[in-house]
Write a protein that binds this ligand. Structure first.
Ligand SMILES: Cc1ncc(COP(=O)(O)O)c(C=O)c1O
Length: 376
């Protein structure tokens, strides 16, 4: 039996009728650019996320870039972020000519450490991009007031955390819900995935929303008049129509991921694998959405190869931390500067995780892991 790390075909089979209906509607309308489904999706997504404004854009990468542009980030500014993330989290900063400042992550949640962020703040810090890595929210409450006091803009990288939330002050705060900007990716393998590139920016302030609305349409608020130089970054109407269908199912799919995570943990316990394998930690008050199910594994590289030999696909997120990427060398970081992120890059392994993953497939994965550790 071969077990993929994700399987979009199984998911499509569950919604194909609804998707085909939505596609037919867009095709019949022939309104491919900024058609009615775009505004409808923005409204429905904002309602789900409990944010007042949402602007659909072309990708998650653009969502971060546009949020920083709306915040006025430019040369001379510093922006703090995590070295343990996907490339786009940091490239949006350097693309605007701002200085990249890294703060290391926590060893258990893999999320950016707010204590390290506080250490990194200077008078030039203009924005902060926390990433809710693998689907679990960072402890934003620990830094919220400091950011407000110092006038630092919060841009949450929510690419991996649609539907995740955290309890704060007795209420639920969702990913993207901490009062600044939220940048979302709907890359096909994300928990809420489109069938191509797509993204969205959320915000709380009407002025910011107006800025974003212009910036993603070439900086224009009316036809052929450009107040600023923006970007061509629209959410495609076909993708919006697909996302509207898929949004209706996101709660079910999230719960299925959470169920699969519980089963992995049970199976690790049954097989006595704790110690060799450290499962992901759902920190207090969090609803982890398991965009990825990332364990720490003893002898990670050998295990990765062993599982591959058994037809089980696992992935390494991330093999190289951002502060050591060649293109960011001018930021001035070297090996040893972010020790937690660096060691995670040598230890972590993402096991198969998607809503339709079958319990018997999980058992096969865990049995194979057990077999590996009995041999080494
Ligand atoms: C943490 C993070 N930020 C940003 C992005 C960029 O999103 P996109 O691929 O939609 O441009 C991704 C996508 O993989 C991501 O995982």
């Amino acid at each position: 039996m071969s077990i993929p790390s994700f399987d979009l075909k199984r998911n499509y089979a569950r919604v194909s009728g609804e998707i085909e209906e939505a596609l037919s509607r867009v095709l019949a309308s022939q309104q491919f650019i900024m058609g009615p489904d775009v505004a409808a999706f923005e409204k429905e997504a904002a309602l789900y996320l409990e944010t007042p404004y949402a602007v659909g854009v072309a990708s998650g990468s653009d969502s971060l870039l546009l949020a920083l542009m709306a915040a006025g980030v430019g040369p001379g500014d510093e922006v703090i972020t995590t070295p343990f993330s996907f490339f786009a989290t940091a490239s949006c900063i350097t693309r605007l000519g701002a200085k990249l400042v890294f703060a290391d992550v926590e060893p258990d949640s893999y999320n950016i450490s707010m204590a390290r962020v506080k250490d990194a703040i200077t008078s030039r810090t203009k924005a902060f991009i926390p990433v809710h890595i693998f689907g679990q929210l960072c402890k934003i409450e620990e830094i919220k007031d400091t950011l407000l006091d110092k006038g630092i803009t919060l841009v949450e990288d929510c690419a991996q955390s649609f539907g995740a939330h955290r309890m704060y002050g007795g209420r639920i705060v969702r990913s993207g819900g901490w009062g600044g900007f939220g940048g979302f990716s709907f890359f096909p393998t994300k928990n809420l995935g489109a069938y191509g590139d797509a993204g969205m920016v959320t915000c709380f302030d009407e002025t910011d929303a107006k800025k974003l609305a212009g910036l993603h349409l070439h900086g224009s608020s009316s036809s052929y008049t450009h107040e600023t130089v923006g970007v061509n970054s629209r959410l495609d109407t076909i993708q919006a129509a697909i996302l509207r269908v898929r949004l209706r199912h996101i709660e079910t799919w999230t719960e299925e991921r959470r169920e699969a995570a519980r089963l992995y943990e049970l199976l690790f316990a049954e097989k006595g694998l704790f110690g060799d394998i450290t499962p992901p930690l759902e920190t207090d008050g969090n609803r982890h959405t398991y965009h990825q199910y990332v364990v720490k594994a003893r002898g990670r590289d050998d295990l990765h190869k062993f599982l591959e030999g058994k037809g089980i696909t696992t992935r390494i997120y991330y093999p190289l931390p951002l502060h050591l990427q060649p293109c960011f060398a001018s930021a001035g970081y070297k090996k040893g500067d972010m020790p937690v992120s660096e060691s995670l890059c040598d230890e972590v392994l993402a096991l198969p995780m998607f809503p339709e993953l079958r319990p018997e497939e999980q058992e096969t994965v865990v049995n194979a892991i057990g077999e590996f550790y009995r041999k080494v």
